[in-house]
Ligand binder design. Structure first.
Ligand SMILES: C[S@@+](CC[C@H](N)C(=O)[O-])C[C@H]1O[C@@H](n2cnc3c(N)ncnc32)[C@H](O)[C@@H]1O
Length: 479
C-alpha cells in the first residue's frame, strides 16, 4: 500500500485506534466466521448459509439490507488479507446497501461508496451516519407515532391487529397518484396498510426534524418491505397472499428502536470518514479523486436477470425516489446491464469487449439455443445482447477505475457464475479476471466463496471472489 496514504501522525495511532475498536466490537466467533470464509478450502463449501448475517454483525447492517447481500464477515476477511487499516481508503463502487462501508467504519477504515440506485444510495448514506442522538431519535419518533395514531384514530382506524378496521370504506383511504401507483408490483401492498403508511409519511413530513428524518425514513422503508407489504423474497421478489391489515406505526417504531439500540453501540467508536456518492461506476473518476484508493471490496451485479429497481420498487416509490416511468427509465440507464429489463436500443457497452473470444462464444451459444428452442419473446431475444453489454459495462468500469487507484491497490470482486440464459453457463468470475488482465491488472487468484444450487439445471454454481492488483503505470492513462 502506498506510504503517501498514511497520516502525518504515522500509522501507530491508527493501530491503537484499531485496538480500541477491537475491544468495542461486538463478539465474533472465529469458528463460526471461519466456516464461511472464502479461499481456504476451494470446492468444500457447498452451503447456502455463507452470506447469512451473523447475529453479532446485526448492529447497523440490519437497518436495511438487500436479501442475499454479501455478508460483513466476507468484507472482514479481505480487510485482513489486504492488511487494511486506518491509513488506507477502501472503495465499494457498487455499494448497494452499504455492507462494505458499514463494516469498514466499524473497523476504523475510511471508505467511499458509489451507487447508482437512489434507494440503495440513501440506505448506505443513512447507515454510515451515526450522528443522531439515540434518545433524541426515539423521542422524536414517539411524537410522530403519537400524531399518526391520533390522526388514524380520528378516521376510526386502529393500528392494532386485535381491533378490526373492517368497517372502513375503501373510498376513505389515501392512495398514490395513478402514475406512481402503476410503478408498484401489483398487490405488493394492500389498501389499508398503504393508507396507514401514507398517513405516517405525512406526519413525518409535517413534523420533520433534520437530525432524525433520514433514519426515520429508512426505518419506514424496512418496515414497509418486511412487515407491512405483501412482498416476499425467495430470493427474487414476489407477491404473497394479501394482508388485509398490518401494524404500520408499531412496526416502524420497532425499526427505529433497533436503530437507536445500534447507535448506542457504534457511537462509542471513533468517527471515521465514509462517503457515499450517487453515480454510475462506469464513470467513477467523475466522483472519486485520482489515486485515492488502496483497496476495492465489492459485489457488482451479475448477468442473472436480477432487476434492482424491481426488488426495491415499493420503498423507492413510497420514499419518493421514483415517481413515474421516466424517472424509472433514467435510473435504469445508470445501471450496469445485468438484466434484459434495462437494455436500451442505444446501449453500446458491448464495444468494450468486442472481439473477446469467450464472450462472443457464449453469446452465440445463447442465441443458437434460443432459436433451436423457438424462444421468441422480446426478453429472450435480448439474452445474448445483455451478456455482452454486462461484460462490456464491467470492462468500462474496470478501465475507468484505474484512474482512482493507488499503485499496488488490491481488489476483491464477489461475483457468481450464472446459467440464467437458456442454461448456457457463464463463468462470470473467470471472464471478469480475464477482462481485468487485459486492462493491465494482475490477477492474484479467484477464491470460492460458496456454491449455490441452480434451480433449473440442478448444477452447483460457484460464487467467487476475483482478486486483482493494480500495479500502476502506463495503463492508467490508456483506454
Ligand atoms: C450486488 S448489489 C451490491 C450489494 C451490496 N454489496 C450491499 O451490501 O448491499 C449491486 C449494486 O450495484 C448497483 N449498480 C448497478 N449498476 C451500477 C452502476 N453502473 N454504478 C453504480 N452502482 C451500480 C445496484 O444498484 C446494486 O445496488
Amino acid at each position: 500500500m502506498s506510504k503517501s496514504s498514511r497520516p502525518a501522525d504515522g500509522s501507530h495511532r491508527g493501530e491503537e485506534r484499531m485496538t480500541e475498536r477491537a475491544r468495542l466490537r461486538l463478539p465474533r466467533d472465529p469458528a463460526v466466521v471461519g466456516t464461511a470464509l472464502p479461499g481456504s478450502a476451494p470446492g468444500q463449501q457447498p452451503n447456502g448459509e455463507a452470506n447469512r448475517l451473523l447475529p453479532e454483525d446485526r448492529p447497523v447492517h440490519q437497518w436495511y439490507r438487500f436479501v442475499l447481500s454479501f455478508p460483513p464477515h466476507l468484507v472482514r476477511e479481505y480487510v485482513q488479507r489486504f492488511a487494511l487499516g486506518a491509513s488506507h481508503r477502501v472503495l465499494d463502487p457498487f455499494c448497494g446497501t452499504g455492507t462494505t462501508l458499514v463494516e469498514c467504519k466499524k473497523l476504523g477504515i475510511p471508505s467511499v461508496g458509489v451507487e447508482a440506485h437512489p434507494m440503495a444510495h440513501f440506505a448506505s448514506q443513512v447507515k454510515v451516519d451515526w450522528t443522531p442522538d439515540p434518545d433524541g431519535l426515539v423521542e422524536h419518533a414517539a411524537e410522530v407515532a403519537e400524531a399518526t395514531l391520533a390522526q388514524l384514530s380520528r378516521e376510526g382506524i386502529h393500528d392494532d391487529l386485535f381491533r378490526s378496521n373492517s368497517a372502513i370504506s375503501p373510498k376513505a383511504l389515501r392512495t398514490l397518484p395513478p402514475e406512481t401507483a402503476r410503478l408498484l408490483l401489483a398487490n405488493s401492498i394492500s389498501p389499508l396498510p398503504l393508507h396507514k403508511t401514507l398517513v405516517l409519511l405525512d406526519c413525518l413530513r409535517r413534523r420533520a426534524d433534520v437530525r432524525h428524518r433520514s433514519h426515520e425514513l429508512l426505518a419506514l422503508a424496512r418496515a414497509a418491505v418486511f412487515a407491512v407489504s405483501n412482498l416476499h423474497f425467495g430470493p427474487e421478489v414476489g407477491v404473497g397472499p394479501p394482508k388485509a391489515d398490518a401494524m404500520v406505526v408499531h412496526s416502524w417504531l420497532s425499526a427505529v428502536h433497533t436503530m437507536a439500540t445500534d447507535l448506542r453501540i457504534v457511537r462509542r467508536l471513533p468517527d471515521v470518514e465514509a462517503q457515499v456518492h450517487m453515480a454510475d461506476s462506469r464513470k467513477i473518476a467523475r466522483v472519486v479523486e485520482p489515486y485515492s484508493i488502496d483497496a476495492v471490496i465489492t459485489s457488482p451485479p451479475y448477468p442473472n436477470e436480477k432487476d434492482y429497481t424491481r426488488t426495491t420498487r415499493l420503498e423507492s416509490v413510497l420514499l419518493g425516489f421514483i415517481r413515474d416511468k421516466a424517472e424509472l427509465r433514467a435510473l435504469k440507464a445508470g445501471l450496469v446491464r445485468s438484466n434484459t429489463r434495462n437494455v436500451f436500443r442505444v446501449d453500446d457497452d458491448d464495444t468494450w469487449v468486442a472481439g473477446h473470444a469467450e464472450i462472443d462464444r457464449i453469446a452465440r451459444r445463447i442465441e443458437t439455443r434460443r432459436k433451436h428452442l423457438g424462444k421468441t419473446s422480446g426478453f429472450e431475444r435480448l439474452y445474448a445482447r445483455v451478456t455482452k453489454l454486462y461484460f462490456g459495462g464491467m470492462a468500462r468500469h474496470l478501465a475507468e477505475l484505474r484512474q482512482v487507484l493507488r499503485p499496488g491497490a488490491r481488489l476483491a470482486y464477489v461475483v457468481g457464475d450464472q446459467a440464467s440464459y437458456l442454461r448456457v453457463m457463464i463463468r462470470t468470475g473467470r471472464l471478469l479476471a480475464d477482462i481485468g488482465h487485459s486492462l493491465g491488472y494482475e490477477v492474484m487468484g479467484i477464491d470460492l466463496f460458496r456454491t449455490r444450487l441452480a434451480t433449473v439445471t440442478r448444477e452447483q454454481l460457484r460464487e467467487e471472489v476475483v482478486l486483482l492488483r493494480w500495479p500502476g503505470g502506463k495503463a492508467s492513462l490508456g483506454g
